[in-house]
Ligand binder design. Structure first.
Ligand SMILES: [Zn+2]
Length: 296
């Protein structure tokens, strides 16, 4: 049973030794925005952290990691090679030990991206290239475990021209499906309809999720009726810059289906809390409701 707690409104929740927290961090910004998602699994005696993307502004992400007492990242997963997702990673790598870097391996010629990969090499961070099939990462924390299934991009992404356009790079996102007990959450990066359609064809069971982090910041090219029919989410979170995202048609589609929707640009950081053996819930940093930034 979904318990949506609007505006419980604290970024730092009370300590809980057996809880999984998924924080969709508010990286909304008038200029760019992006995604940055911190997964923290706690059990008696410790916590493990995984970061999916790091927005564009590294110091902001690093400050959050410090505030949330993240001393080590078990893994950093980069959804795709756009700066609103990888731009903050260089700072993260320089501040926090990272045990593994997971990405899709899609070639890019952007100087800042090449510099990031060089930094990862210099720091000898183990790299997992999720370029085919489905990889399983298991986060073990005491007696608890969380499964992260990495959905590879389509095969053609391995030979994508290094200066390919935005949509082509979006459609080379790695997806992540998190599962803990009966709870599941899906993170499709910025995958648009072509890649989402390919996943719907090849791994439909892995798209089913209680919570969906909307693809491509709430754009209409990433959230469709067909996708919602497959995922069947009971809540949707949109990480958006608040300038051109999210789109009105996406908010309308979700509202028509009665799916509670949370937007970082309006609600601030959105936290999914999954206690062991209990009901999951969503809290937001601020009270509010999602506002469309693009009319179509
Ligand atoms: Zn993006």
């Amino acid at each position: 049973m979904l318990a949506v707690l609007l505006c419980a409104a604290r970024l730092l929740l009370p300590p809980d030794s057996t809880v999984l927290l998924i924080r969709v961090l508010d990286v909304s910004d008038a200029r760019i925005g992006g995604d940055a998602i911190l997964i923290t699994d706690s059990s008696a005696g410790g916590a493990r952290h995984v970061l999916i993307d790091a927005g564009e502004h590294g110091p902001r992400i690093a400050a959050w990691l410090e505030q949330l007492h993240v001393d080590t990242l078990a893994a950093v997963i980069l959804s795709h090679a756009h700066v609103d997702h990888y731009g903050g990673l260089g700072t993260v790598f320089s501040r926090v030990p990272v045990r593994a870097f997971v990405y899709g391996g899609t070639p890019r010629t952007a100087v800042s991206y090449r510099a990031l990969l060089s930094q990862i090499g210099r720091r000898h961070i183990p790299v997992v290239t999720a370029d085919t099939g489905v990889r399983l990462l298991t986060l073990v924390t005491g007696a608890d475990s969380v499964e992260l299934r990495i959905l590879a991009p389509p095969r053609g992404c391995g030979t994508l021209p290094g200066a390919a356009g935005g949509d082509a790079v979006n459609n080379c996102s790695v997806g992540v499906r998190l599962a803990r007990g009966t709870f599941a959450m899906l993170f499709p990066g910025d995958a648009e309809q072509s890649e989402l359609g390919w996943w719907m064809m090849t791994t439909p069971a892995l798209l089913r999720a209680d919570v969906l982090k909307a693809g491509h910041h709430g754009s209409s090219n990433a959230t469709s009726a067909e996708l919602l029919d497959v995922v069947r989410p009971r809540a949707v979170i949109i990480s958006a810059n608040g300038r051109q995202h999210p789109f009105a048609s996406v908010l309308g589609l979700l509202a028509a289906r009665g799916i509670p929707t949370f937007c970082t640009a309006d609600h601030g950081t959105v936290t999914v809390r999954v206690p062991r053996g209990g009901e999951w819930s969503i809290t937001t940093e601020r009270a509010g409701r999602c506002h469309a930034r693009t009319a179509r």
